[in-house]
Design a protein around this ligand. Sequence first.
Ligand code: SAH
Ligand code: SF4
Length: 377
Amino acid sequence: MVEKKPRKPTSSFIIHASSPPLWYHIPMLIYDLDLPALTNLLQQWDEPAYRAKQVWQGLYQHLYNSPDEFTNLPKPLREKLAERLGFSPIKVKLFQDSSDGQTRKTLFELYDGHLIEAVLMRYDPNTNSGKGRRTLCISTQAGCAMGCVFCATGQMGFNRHLTSGEIIAQVMYYARALKEEGLAVTNIVFMGMGEPFHNYENTMSAIDTLNDPDGYSFGARRFTISTVGLVPQIKKFADEQRQVNLAISLHAADDAERLEIMPVNKRYKIDDVIQACRYYVEKTHRRVTFEWALISGVNDTPEVARRLASRLKGLLCHVNAIPLNPTEGYHGEATDRQRAIAFKEILEQSGIECTIRMRRGIDINAGCGQLAGVSLK
Ligand code: SAH
Ligand code: SF4
């Protein structure tokens, strides 16, 4: 058997640090290690082979947060873990609950001062669509380089990629909070700050760790990656044949119109994105979701709906339409209910499934990047 090479900790802290070179006193982050890398490290420390699994299970099954909690490990090893590895990569800077108590948004500070957000949305078990879901929306980058004009994260620009450990830490934070209520996260969506396919390796590595059956064991089908539509990565993702759900932020059915709100369209045209999606469906037999932020008078007209329907014809897909969340840096307004329903009906008459989503947590700036935007001011 070929031994799996231990993975280097995903993107080291030095690479994207924009602030002072703090790296020399930042210990390696324990969540950045996958199981082979952790095993290798403990072997180097002359620990018996079973230790790695004990540490892994402590982290991802028992959700231990600090070396002191690993009471099944000998004290010297706990001390060594504390000394050499970082356990708290994200600090809570602020949190806000929506007035109905169903949505909590947390703003975290990273070791170098950058801010990211994660949002927990609870869905009422008594509603048909809810079924007691607890969906966690997490970030993959501090800021975003894609510059979509309607998006608060896009408006703030790109700071840096998150390491896989910083992505995982957001999940662990909420997993621990819910555990206190006897609950767990049921779905994870990569729809917080950043473009997950721009930080492809670290995002996949976080998914692999969270998916590990000996660890957190979070089912692949309960993850959803949302991308602005980076074509090479969509194809790569298709080739990997993961069971993870894929959502594409389309928001326009005409190249010139898309370019006005999404600079990425200069690089990847709508046809190329849809072709990549057809490839994805062929490879995986999984349905693609198209995200559509309904902007009044911009992309919510019957004509746009008809054009969209003709572009998506024959593709195994679903359209997720959500009225625009207002942001300070963009003058567009949300589509009203009546127009949203008319849009949906045109798609459905053409055989394209469409759901209109409610906006969650508007009163706590729960749109992508909005709380960080407010806090930075
Ligand atoms: N970068 C990825 C994932 C993060 S954004 C992507 O763009 O898909 C998650 C979703 O929120 C995307 O569909 C994005 O287009 C949408 N979004 C961003 N700002 C929004 C706003 N102001 N109102 C409604 N949806 C928004
Ligand atoms: Fe980035 Fe997504 Fe926001 Fe576009 S919508 S700027 S890709 S986070």
